[in-house]
Design a protein around this ligand. Structure first.
Ligand SMILES: Cc1cc2nc3c(=O)[nH]c(=O)nc-3n(C[C@H](O)[C@H](O)[C@H](O)COP(=O)(O)OP(=O)(O)OC[C@H]3O[C@@H](n4cnc5c(N)ncnc54)[C@H](O)[C@@H]3O)c2cc1C
Length: 453
């Protein structure tokens, strides 16, 4: 058994609780200790120590995850990357930014902005999420419609795998067809194959000024024709929808009043390029055509960047507004054109079996991604609530399978969806995933019990 390496460690109860969990609240954190490596070599030393002393490691980023991926419920050692947050290289020509994995994504965005560049992957928790965590979960967010997921922006990774090997993957290259890209395998692997210690992220030019439309829809069926018409008329960067209950929750949480006179069952925040107001007329014409066609009943077009940010708040504040109600989250996806049918079938399913539950719907509908949030009734114990939702999940996932969708669009599998993976990946695929786990982490040292049972 090798000695514990000289690495900063915390074992006090408060730190174990703080670092032993993510945003989920369904598992009780119980790590043995929390360690703070400062280099890739430190991470190698930790993996080797874990292998020789029968310890298990939970890689930990900003702990904003929503699937229990960074939770340490069983005496594991939490490996927090938060002390590894240095900028390594900003290359303004490529352009790209190489950083240590513990740098918050918000800092990447800020660094890019200060250099006149842009890192486009963005979501409500980007400020506290880390580069390593965002890559391990392949974070998506609000502008996938135009820019894709984190995967599209990763040019290189340094990863310590479960054998203690350092893998330097793709080394920042734009083109590299020398065989399969192992870096892509690490993206979205939720810390079960390796610990990411460095990343090279592609940057791009900032977009022109954006304007925002806030729309109220006549009904669910109106969403897709509206998306198609707006995509034709404008250069969209986001099309985010939310329901009536989301509005009520945000109003209660923030104290703001919803700016539309019309309160519809479904709304959307639509963001589009509008340099110097050049597309304002096209946006108004598209809006009027949607009203005439009976798809849209009300709307507002932002008149300034400040107003655009205010309109965005109605979408961005939903997750924090419902958090006190311990939501049971399901982050589902189907092909974009199937969203209305899928959402309608889900609503009917819940109304039939669990009429007492309040469900809040929102999501990145332009990407076929729905966030279904079942709120815990105030009078109900969280454990009873969780058990009831566990009963509902197989029915929901059977519907996902019927629509050939995914049980996790962007939050990952973690502990929350682990037992349901087979609803959206077939046996041969899961077998191949197990093979990868055995290859990169033969002793099962990394993030035990997550993603794969
Ligand atoms: C308010 C809110 C809104 C959100 N909105 C979105 C959204 O729109 N889109 C979206 O995709 N997600 C969203 N999320 C989920 C979450 O922010 C993302 O999953 C994020 O990418 C997690 O990053 P993190 O650093 O917090 O990772 P953590 O929660 O710390 O960890 C997540 C997973 O990655 C692993 N991991 C962490 N660091 C490393 C590393 N260095 N190497 C290997 N594995 C590692 C962990 O073991 C765990 O399995 C939201 C979360 C919140 C709280």
């Amino acid at each position: 058994m090798s000695a514990f390496p000289d690495i900063e460690t915390l074992t006090d109860a408060q730190s174990l609780l703080h670092y032993g969990r993510d945003w989920t609240r369904f598992w009780t954190p119980a790590p043995e200790r929390v360690v703070f490596p400062r280099s890739t070599d430190d991470v190698v030393a930790l993996v080797r120590w874990a292998g020789s002393s029968d310890r298990r490691l939970v890689p930990s980023g900003g702990r904003t995850g929503l699937s229990g991926g960074a939770v340490a419920p069983g005496g594991e050692v939490v490996v927090s990357l938060e002390k590894m947050r240095r900028q390594i290289e900003l290359d303004a020509v490529e352009p790209s930014l190489t950083v240590e994995a513990g740098m918050p994504v918000g800092e990447v965005q800020r660094t890019a902005r200060e250099a006149g560049l842009f890192y486009p992957v963005d979501w409500a928790a980007a400020g506290s999420s880390q580069v390593g965590g965002s890559i391990a979960t392949n974070a998506g967010g609000i502008r996938v419609l135009r820019y894709g997921m984190t995967r599209q922006w990763v040019r290189g990774l340094v990863v310590v795998d479960g054998r203690g090997q350092v893998l330097r993957l793709n080394r920042g290259l734009v083109k590299n067809n020398s065989g399969p890209d192992l870096g892509q395998l690490m993206i979205g692997s939720e810390g079960v194959l390796g610990i990411i210690t460095e990343a090279t992220l592609a940057l791009t030019r900032p977009p022109p000024t954006q304007s925002v439309l806030l729309l109220a829809f006549a009904d669910l069926a109106a969403l897709m024709p509206a998306l198609a018409a707006l995509q034709k008329a404008l250069s969209l960067s986001a099309f985010e929808f939310f329901d009536r209950r989301s509005v009520a929750r945000v109003e209660a949480h923030t104290g703001s009043s919803f700016p539309l006179a019309e309160r519809a069952d479904f709304h959307a925040v639509v963001e589009f390029d509008d340099p110097d107001g050049a597309c304002t007329d096209a946006a108004l014409q598209a809006f009027e055509a949607l009203v005439e066609a009976g798809h849209v009943t009300d709307g507002i077009l932002s008149q300034s960047e400040a107003q655009a940010a205010e309109l965005w708040r109605w979408r961005e504040a939903i997750t924090e507004s419902i958090a006190p109600a311990t939501p049971y989250k399901n982050d589902l996806s189907v092909r974009v054109s199937r969203v209305p049918g899928f959402l309608g079938a889900l609503e009917a399913l819940i109304a039939r079996h669990y009429p007492e539950f309040e469900v809040v719907w929102f999501g990145h509908i332009g990407d076929g991604n729905l966030h279904m949030n079942i709120l815990c009734p105030e009078a109900m114990d969280v454990a009873d609530f969780r058990a009831a939702c566990d009963g509902l999940s197989p029915r929901v996932f059977a519907l996902v399978r019927e629509y050939q969708g995914s049980i996790s669009a962007e939050h990952g599998v973690g502990l929350l969806k682990r037992d349901y993976l087979h609803y959206s990946r077939d046996a041969a695929e899961i077998d191949a995933l197990r093979g990868l786990k055995a290859l990169f982490d033969p002793e099962g040292l990394l993030n035990p019990g997550k993603l794969l049972a």
